[in-house]
Design a protein around this ligand. Structure first.
Ligand SMILES: [Fe+2]
Ligand SMILES: [Fe+2]
Length: 283
């Protein structure tokens, strides 16, 4: 019988003991789904079996011949008979596909010795801490921006120009290079992991959360007497800027992807949007 499905639906996890699921076996081919709980592993061994391994979900370290390799969806390894293989989930659950053709005879695994995985290598420095440290350094400068915005209507012309020049210098010589470094290095690294573990749209949901918080802030300011005009102005400005950037991201990045849905998926999306308050009766 033909089989099609997503990795997570087809896989069966077992926290007690790793159990491969044979998805298909014929005289010509054996297809196995390996569902690994976090840190579950198949020890290193070298049976007389050719195998194709790919990661369908999550990420795993796969021993390919003479070295381990961090593999993610989109990666494939071919390991000829007699060469070493092994796998270990790396940071969360992983589902791997094994294809063996022809299916191994009993004697292929006879006398094969299993060796445990070596201890995983840890980086000397944590890149997450580097990013956080940079943001910690940048944040006080944003307070300067706020302070300048507050003072802009009252500052004498000379001082205003002076402070604007300093702010512009910071934005151009520090903030933009920081963003450029993230474009070049951080985002590509994160993108590879996102392919494995998902979460690419969480940044957008974070925008929604931030917009909600600003709306609450606005409501709180609006209730005060007398009206705190400067704070109101700042919050209104922030809300408008954030919502504009957010719409821009949705239209420039997400909307073009919708062309890649098939007819059924497009229909499903429209129905789901129709059921969502805020998307009804508006067009
Ligand atoms: Fe940043
Ligand atoms: Fe949105």
């Amino acid at each position: 019988m033909a089989i099609a499905g997503t990795a997570l639906e087809l896989a069966s996890f077992d926290a007690e003991r790793f159990r491969p699921r044979v998805l298909f076996e014929s005289a010509a081919m054996k297809v196995v789904l390996a569902a690994l709980e976090p840190e579950q592993a198949v020890d290193l061994h070298d049976p007389k079996v050719d195998v194709v391994i790919s990661v369908l979900q999550g990420q795993a370290d796969v021993w390919v011949g003479d070295a381990p390799r961090r593999m993610r969806p989109g990666d494939v390894a071919v390991i000829p008979a007699g060469e070493t293989r092994g796998m270990r989930a790396a940071g969360g659950r992983a589902v791997l596909l094994h294809v063996v053709a022809p299916p191994p005879a009993e004697e292929a695994h006879a006398g094969v010795v299993h060796r445990p995985w070596p201890e995983p290598e840890r980086p000397e420095r944590d890149p997450a801490e580097t990013i956080r440290a940079e943001h910690r350094e940048l944040l006080p400068h944003l307070d300067h921006l706020d302070a300048l915005a507050d003072a802009v209507t009252e500052l004498p012309e000379d001082e205003l120009r002076n402070r604007l020049a300093r702010v512009l210098d910071f934005l151009r010589s520090v903030l933009l290079p920081h963003a450029g470094a993230e474009d070049a290095a951080l985002y590509p690294a994160v993108e590879r992991v996102l392919r494995a573990v998902g979460g690419a749209t969480r940044t957008m949901s974070e925008d929604h959360r931030a917009i909600g918080a600003l709306i609450e802030e606005l409501a709180e300011l609006a209730a005060r007497e007398p009206a705190p005009r400067r704070a109101l102005q700042r919050t209104l400005d922030r809300l408008a800027a954030l919502v504009r950037v957010h719409f821009g991201k949705e239209e420039d990045v997400y909307v073009p992807l919708l062309e890649r849905l098939d007819a059924g998926e497009a229909r499903g999306l429209l129905e789901a949007l129709g059921r969502t308050p805020g998307h009804e009766h508006r067009h």
